[in-house]
Write a protein that binds this ligand. Structure first.
Ligand code: PMP
Length: 404
């Protein structure tokens, strides 16, 4: 049974105060909080078996290697990847996307087309722009409507045999839209294009089955799923990962090195140069264990209740407008109040102990689309409560009265 009161006991940080008020943490889309089950795994690593992996013959190195590879297996199982070596440990979604964008430099030619959705995070735009500058490939945008839904009829028209790559987020960080990625992937494959899905915002709310989706690449960050920062994953189909050249050169990623020539290691090591975030990888596995124990279905159902309630209550505030009203959306609410700058609302909420994000949320094209400087974004997790929604709504009312 899902019991939010019990779940909150797992998160030490939720007990703290900010500015003399109980913390109300509603910036989960930026980073999630860490339960003690994961913090304990981090402590255990540094207290008991901190060592470099894949190299030492000694016991600590072997233990650390086993735990790290065990974490890779957990991640493989979680996303139902066919093979463990299709899971590459990275420093996070941004790193994962850059591995693919860099690798495609040798597979893309002038005049080829790459499609991007209009609601991407900058980390799923800029690497592809850099790719298109390097190669002469043309970057085209799948537009969205006022609700923040992709215009799939335009997508159909943009696809052609020139399309080599499509990249899109599973869920938008700024709007909460859940994109129809099954359809996006199937249609891209019909014209022979590869697809990268940025799963950074989806991973905390749902489980993507990469084989069922038939997706070519899927990227996530551990810090959005109750894990630590500085670690994440790139899933890639074996056939693609074998085609792509390595992103970084260094130790761990080689088979043999001479001054004349280097040959590369097999997957996944080819993409894992240098000493990785060993503890982070192990804690990433523990974080998925923690979330799976609660259950993603229970998490999604509960977060949907929070979303519905918060939407209803916030809309009672005169002059408040929500950006991102897609039919399928997750527990993210981006809003503004007529005549008030989002930053000012965020600053007053902070004085009340309420953590929200304000600004363009690393998605400036979305703000340009709505012709706004930014929004206030409240993003809810499974450890938030209905009472916290009430505190948010009271805080927004108070900010409005102070600022207008
Ligand atoms: N894509 C999306 C949709 C995101 O929300 C984020 C994080 N805000 C990223 C990519 C980048 O993730 P990271 O900073 O962990 O690399």
């Amino acid at each position: 049974m899902f019991n939010v009161k019990e779940i909150r006991k797992d998160f030490p940080i939720l007990k703290r105060e900010v500015n003399g008020k109980p913390l109300v943490y509603l910036d989960n889309a930026a980073t999630s909080q860490t339960p003690k089950q994961v913090i304990d795994v981090i402590t255990d690593y540094y207290q008991n078996y901190n060592a470099n992996i894949h190299r030492g013959v000694h016991a600590l190195s072997q233990e650390a290697t086993d735990k790290y590879e065990e974490a890779r297996n957990k991640i493989q199982q979680h996303f139902n990847a066919a093979k463990a070596h299709e899971i590459i440990f990275t420093s996070g979604t941004t790193h994962s996307i850059n591995i693919v964008a860099n690798g495609f430099s040798s597979l893309i030619q002038k005049g080829d087309e790459i499609l991007v959705s209009a609601m991407e995070h900058h980390s799923n735009i800029v690497p592809w722009q850099m790719l298109s500058e390097r190669t002469g490939a043309v970057l085209k945008v799948i537009p969205m409507n006022q609700k923040g839904e992709l215009q799939m009829d335009v997508y159909d028209k943009l696809l052609s045999d020139k399309t080599k790559l499509v990249f899109c987020n599973h869920i938008s960080n700024a709007l909460g839209t859940i994109n129809p990625i099954e359809e996006i992937i199937t249609k891209a494959h019909n014209v022979g294009a590869a697809v990268l899905i940025d799963g950074a915002q989806a991973a905390p709310h749902l489980v993507a089955d990469v084989q069922k989706l038939d997706v070519d690449f899927y990227a996530i960050s551990a810090h959005k799923v109750c894990g630590p920062t500085g670690v994440g994953m790139l899933y890639g189909k074996e056939k693609w990962l074998n085609k792509l050249p390595p992103y970084q050169g260094g130790g761990e990623m080689i088979a043999e090195v001479t001054f004349e020539k280097t040959t590369y290691a097999n997957l996944p090591h080819k993409f894992e140069a240098g000493t990785p975030n060993i503890c982070g990888g192990i804690a990433f596995g523990a974080a998925l264990d923690y979330m799976n124990k609660i259950g993603f279905e229970a998490i999604a159902n509960y977060e949907y209740e929070l979303l519905e309630y918060a939407t209803e209550e916030l809309l009672k505030i005169d002059g408040l407008k929500i950006y991102g009203t897609a039919k399928n959306k997750t527990s993210v609410i981006s809003f503004n109040i007529d005549g008030v700058h989002p930053y000012d609302i965020g600053s007053i909420l902070d004085k009340l102990g309420i953590a929200v994000r304000t600004g363009h949320h690393c998605a400036q094209p979305i703000m340009d689309f709505y012709k706004i400087p930014g929004t206030v974004r409240a993003s809810f997790s499974f450890y938030n409560t209905i009472e916290e929604v009430d505190v948010l709504v009271a805080g927004v009312n108070r900010a409005k009265n102070m600022l207008l």
